[in-house]
Design a protein around this ligand. Sequence first.
Ligand SMILES: C[S@@+](CC[C@H](N)C(=O)[O-])C[C@H]1O[C@@H](n2cnc3c(N)ncnc32)[C@H](O)[C@@H]1O
Length: 185
Amino acid sequence: MKIDYVKNLARNKNLVVETGTYMGDGVQKFIDCGFKRVISVEINGNLHKQCSERFRGNDSVEIIHGDSVQYFRDNAKTFPEDIFIFLDGHYSGGATGFHDEPVPLLNELKVILSEYTHDKLIIMIDDVGCWTGLLPDGDPAWDWWKDVSEESILKIVSESDFKANYFYDDEKVTFVLDLTREVEG
Ligand SMILES: C[S@@+](CC[C@H](N)C(=O)[O-])C[C@H]1O[C@@H](n2cnc3c(N)ncnc32)[C@H](O)[C@@H]1O
């Protein structure tokens, strides 16, 4: 995630919600981007505890312990218009964890798009290489990511009230959905 790229995309956005905190480096980058509030959701108890310590005393940061899909079920309806969403919550082996599925991305999207109430929204999805063939041969993550593709993401958008402009960054690390609610009639 490149700070200038995010800053440009998230002009006028004050709040970022990140799924998957891990060690908190993404949170620090979002602080450096100038967001007034950073919320990050982490399923793993130890990582949540470590990151809560790391950002203790920073009132603009909230590290939430829980499943990202449930977090969106509980909160997406009340999200403000000036939100930027960064989806990076997935099992990556090692110290990381997961809830119902290693990669909850498609379910996160479904819930966000059905619950969010405003007409415009930007969602950035990380680790595009995991579904565009950059994983090493035999890596177990092939299986974790098997349902994720540009097509499966855009299918979820097509089943929602939103239409999307979508694009990759130059290095094809992130995929951005720039969403606008379709107005009937
Ligand atoms: C790739 S790491 C996140 C890296 C971090 N966003 C950064 O930029 O430094 C993925 C994290 O997602 C967490 N995770 C996996 N499934 C999750 C879920 N359902 N809800 C929340 N966090 C989840 C993992 O435990 C792991 O720490």
